[in-house]
Design a protein around this ligand. Sequence first.
Ligand SMILES: [Zn+2]
Length: 392
Amino acid sequence: MTLDIKDVRAEMPNYENYKDWVRDGEICGIAVHHSATADQATGAPIGDAYAFFNYHVNVRGWSHGGYNYVITGQGQIQYALDERISAYHAGFKDPNNSQGLEYGQYWNNHYLAICLSGWFEHNRTYQDSAGRVQPIPDDYTSPTEAQLQSLLALIQQLRQKYNVPVENVRGHRELAGNSTSCPGVNFDPAELRSQLRALDEAEPPLEPETQPTVNPGEHVLLLPDADKYLEAVLAYVWKFQPDVSFSVDDARGRWKYMTVIGGTDEVSETQLARLRSGGAAIVQRIAGGPQTVQATLDELIAKEERFLVATPEPTPDGNGSEPLPEPEPLPEEEWRTYTVQPGDTLSAVAKQMYGASHLWRIIFEANRDTVSDPGRIYPGQTLKIPPKPEAG
Ligand SMILES: [Zn+2]
């Protein structure tokens, strides 16, 4: 799907003064906001990137606006603040870093911000010119269909680019330290995540079912941004001895198996499609920043597997509820514990403990007494880790 994104970054106020800034840390999640702005007469979404950034910069005095993307009520996606720049969307006060979340900058540094124009609640009011509180009609109290479709498509694109697991797509109010109803009480982030999961299943990643047998000279590691990723791939190259090339466009048709390092900034989807159309059996992207790439490759090295292979999903039970791996009751002595580190998610912990992020729910179920929301674990928290379930 090609997304219709209007690039308005350079038109935002104060752009020249911050355009070269870069965020502190890697992107690992996406936060959804609403603007809490509605037309007083109709309740319809009102405002766009120009209006919000003008307010943030010229009224609030911020250096730049608070969101990377804005989606208007008509579903137009506006790219307003470069993804490389940390948006001011979910900071909070934590001067002693008691939550281990980087003094309140964790979400800003590690989460992209998407804002939907609109106000997704009932019983909204405004003050008229005489200072009287007036009701806003109870219409448009949820995102428009056009907005939702744009939101889903944009999130899928960003998740692929930064390797963002679905549970790291969150509503603003789900971010620890933030006290807000944003993106509106009528907007259910869990429902959004289940729609994203459905899209994931509809578009399975291009992963082989089994590891192929690779002869010398058949496999290349494509490294278009060597400065950024060389360190991250060294152990993998040492282990599997693929050829290494820095030129993506010359690789077409020359190797049977290709591992491509980097996100869509490094190698576009069009370039990947070109490689695939050149007769390669596997063209596999390892996405994410250097730390994420290295973690993925380390996992492959540990398993002695050259490629990521498709993990068969459990079949849905037909009534729409999510399939759960059923953990067997096992002797307590085989259990381990894990202390949550800053930036951890349940899926990251599952990846670390089991080598498979999709097993996060086993950890969640085992810790129901202390974890009520799988999106909320805290640095320093101790998790009980059941033994890894047997395959099948
Ligand atoms: Zn918000």
